[in-house]
Ligand binder design. Sequence first.
Ligand code: AMP
Length: 421
Amino acid sequence: MPDKRANSGQVLVLNCGSSSLKFALIDPRNGDASLGGLGDALGHSAPTVSWNIGGEKHSAPLKEGAKHTEVIEFVVNHILSGQGTLLQAISAIGHRVVHGGEKFSHSVRINDQVIRAIQDCVALAPLHNPAHLQGIEAATKAFPGLPQVAVFDTAFHQTMPRQAYIYALPYELYTEHGIRRYGMHGTSHRFVSERAAAILGKASTDVNIISAHLGNGASIAAIQAGKSVDTSMGLTPLEGLVMGTRCGDIDPGLLLHLGVRLDYCLKEINDLLNKKSGLLGISQLSNDCRALEQAASEGHQGAQLALEIFCYRLAKYIASYHGVLSKVDALVFTGGIGENSAFIRENVVSRLGGLGYQTNQARNLEKRFGAEGHIESATNGAPSPTILVIPTNEEWVIARDAAQIIEGDNSTPSAQSTGGG
Ligand code: AMP
C-alpha cells in the first residue's frame, strides 16, 4: 500500500502549447517527478498522449480533434486513477505561462482577475497565452476547487532597468502598445542563478551571474544580486542569440528589404525568421546541435559555419554582459545544448580568453547528461573566472512556487502592476 503522507502535496505542472500539453507530477520538496508526459498533435486528426510513470513508458491515441481538456481527463481517468493515492496527493496545479507583460513580476494564484490579465497579454504571445488559458479552463473542470498557480516566463526579467528594456523607438509605442523588451526563459534563469549561488556557498543576493540557457530556443541573462538586469530576448523570443530555427539579432532594415525589394509578405517573413533561420537556416541541414556537431566533424561546411556563428554570437553577448555587471561570480551553461555540449562550451569559452576564461578539458567533458559542477581551469597561473554547468529544472520551480503560494508563504494573490519596472 503506498503511504499517502509520503506522496501528499504533489503539484501537477502543466505546460500548454497551441497543439501540445506537457504534464508532470512533481514533489515540490525535492523536484522528484512521479509522472511525466506529453499530449501531442492536439486539435489535429491523430492526437496522442505519451507518458512515463515508475520508469515505464506508455502511449495511447486520443480521439480525433482532442484538445487540452481531453489530455487532462486522460491523465485523471486513465493514468492516475490506477495509481493508488497519487490522484488524491495533488494539492495544486502549476501552469507555465509564457507572457505576463508588465502585470506580473511574481508567480500568482489564479483567479478571475489573473485570467483577465493573461488574456490582456494575448497580443504579446498570440500562440502561447491562448493555449495557457485553455489549459487553465481544462484544469478547472477536471480539478474543481483545487488551487492553480501561474508561473510566468517573463516575471523574472521584470527587474530590468528601463535602459535595458526600452527600444530606441518612438516612446508612445511603449506607453500605448506595451512595445518593449520583456525577455523569456525567466524561470530557468532564476533556477540556475539560485543554484549557482548555492554551489558558490553564497546567498543569491550576494552574487552576479551570467546565465546562458541554450536549447532549441536560447537566451542569456545578466543577473545582479539575484535580479535580472538584462536579457537577450525582447518583445518576442526572436531577439538575441542564434537559435535552432530563429535568427536572433538582425538588422531591422532587413525586414523592409525583404518586403519591399524581395516581395515577401508578413507571413513569409514570420516563417523565415522563426522557422527557417538560426542553425537550420545557416547549415541548410538541421536545427539540432547534436546532428550539426556530428556533420561538422565529418566536414559539412554549413554545419561548421552554423556552429561557429552560434558560438561567436554567444561569446559576444557574454563579453557585453561583463560590461553590464560590475563583477561576475559565475558564467552558467544550461538548456539542452548548455548542459550537454562540451564542444559548444569549449568553443565559446575559447573566444573569451581576453576575459581570463579557460575550461578544464576533463571537467568539461565530464559535465554532461545531468552532471552539475565547475568546468573552469583552476591550474593556470591566473585562474579562470568560474564556469558552471547546471541542469535546469523549470518544472521544479513551478511546483515550488505553487506549493509556496498555496501555503501562503510567498503569496502575491492578485495581478500586480510593476508600473514599468
Ligand atoms: P532543449 O530545447 O533545451 O531541449 O535543447 C535541445 C537542443 O539540445 C538540441 O539542439 C539538441 O541537439 C541539443 N542537445 C541535446 N543533447 C546534446 C548533446 N549531447 N550534444 C549536443 N547537443 C545536444
